[in-house]
Design a protein around this ligand. Structure first.
Ligand code: NAD
Length: 381
């Protein structure tokens, strides 16, 4: 949605007095309305699982980049993708010959959509091959890995971005603005929850082999953690981008647990609290055991809420001034277009989407796990 259309929409909502400017954290790319006819960035998707499909659709819709290659361990997937997207054979890699991408001038960016533990090695390999990197969330399984990824990209002189699609989604941009610009006064309390029930409790045979590659999310060393890493990162992000502040202390509790046989390595559910320097508190939850997708912010002079809030949308909600129902967009195309423009224009990736942002989230997540394990308050300073 263009800035102008969005403003008109907000004025209709009755929130016009606070709708005049774009959210604080966001780049100005969405104000551009003229179609782009310049050269497109060539992107190779690394890992061809579920989310890579959505990114491929985003790349089809993108103005600034295109799907130019793939990296996959499966020859059958390589053949299918090559045919579907008309990819030249020299742009198809596997995990062994991937480093040869260094000699391929027709790939500019490697977009890593692998299980979390592979974000670090493939970011480092892509950077060493001289390619810009976008890696999926969570950035890595540890803060130390995030630091190594940032260092490798800096050393190679390539850009590093994390796939934070919400930063380019108009409903999320609107709640950033409502919170950060204190449209209803300062936010005092915030709730955020994202959970997907990933099994059927009634099914006695619902056992999984965590060494099965398709179950990497249940494997501690592969996922880095459970729903907190996978889904809770959206709650951490939402609290931070609504408040525009960094948490200073966290407390946390594991549970509820209904399927202990399945969750032997990672938590089934977790709830945590974050304290912010301005005095706001956030209570968040994420789970693989129950469904939840909501956000609520209570401010001095009103409130705003979304549900669906933090999944893939479409996002809808209301504020104390009226409904919040901004038309959905292709989130992947919007994110890719924004990130591609920084690379094309040789501008540094801004802090709210680069490696430093991914590192911030992982540090907070590590603190949340420590708080849940110790039962104490963990300070973040
Ligand atoms: P997936 O399991 O569907 O796909 C993972 C891919 O990695 C598969 O193609 C698999 O073959 C490949 N792979 C290579 N080596 C592997 C190994 N050792 N073990 C397991 N798989 C291996 O996962 P997904 O849902 O596509 O998630 C991939 C990444 O994308 C994750 O980091 C996830 O957090 C992220 N993601 C982001 C969003 C978003 O909205 N931004 C949505 C979903 C997933």
């Amino acid at each position: 949605m263009s800035a102008l259309t969005r403003r008109g929409f907000l004025e209709k909502l009755g929130a016009g007095s606070v709708a005049a400017s774009l959210p604080l954290l966001l780049p100005s790319v969405h104000a551009a309305t003229a179609p782009y006819n310049g050269p497109k960035l060539n992107v190779a998707l690394c890992g061809l699982g579920n989310y890579a499909r959505m990114l491929a659709e985003g790349l089809q819709a993108s103005q600034y980049c295109r799907l130019a290659g793939v990296v996959t361990g499966h020859a059958d997937k390589a053949a299918a993708w090559q045919q579907q997207y008309q990819l030249p054979p020299q742009n198809i890699y596997n995990y062994n010959n991937f480093d040869g991408i260094a000699h391929n001038p027709n790939i500019d960016v490697v977009y890593i959509v692998l299980p979390n533990f592979l974000h670090k090695p493939f970011t480092i390999r892509a950077a060493q091959a001289g390619k810009h990197v976008i890696t999926e969330k969570p950035m890595a399984t540890t803060a130390a890995d995030c630091e190594a990824m940032i260092a490798a990209c800096n050393k190679a002189g390539v850009q590093l971005a994390v796939g934070y699609r919400m930063h380019f989604e108009p409903t999320q941009q609107e709640i950033m603005r409502l919170g950060q610009q204190k449209a209803f006064g300062p936010v005092r309390y915030l709730e955020a929850g994202l959970g997907y029930k990933t099994y059927n409790l009634a099914d006695a045979n619902d056992m999984v082999d965590i060494n099965d590659d398709t179950q990497w999310r249940l494997h501690k060393t592969k996922a880095g953690g459970g729903p907190l890493m996978d889904l809770g990162v959206y709650c951490v992000q939402a609290a931070r981008y609504v408040l525009g502040e960094e948490p200073v202390a966290v407390t946390a509790q594991f549970g509820p647990v209904h399927h202990a046989q399945r969750f032997t390595q990672v938590e089934e559910s977790i709830t945590w609290q974050m304290q912010f320097p301005g005095g706001a508190a956030a209570n968040c939850t994420s789970s693989y055991g129950f469904n939840i997708d909501k956000l609520y912010a209570s401010a001095d002079d009103g409130y705003f809420e979304l549900s669906p809030a933090l999944s893939h949308g479409p996002f809808t909600g209301k504020t104390s001034a009226g409904i919040l129902n901004i038309p959905p967009i292709n989130q992947q195309a919007s994110q890719l277009d924004a990130m591609a423009q920084y690379i094309i224009n040789k501008q540094p990736m801004p802090a709210h989407i680069n490696g430093s942002e991914g590192l911030r989230d992982i540090r907070i997540i590590e603190a949340i796990y420590k708080a849940a394990q110790t039962g104490g308050v963990v300070k973040l300073v």
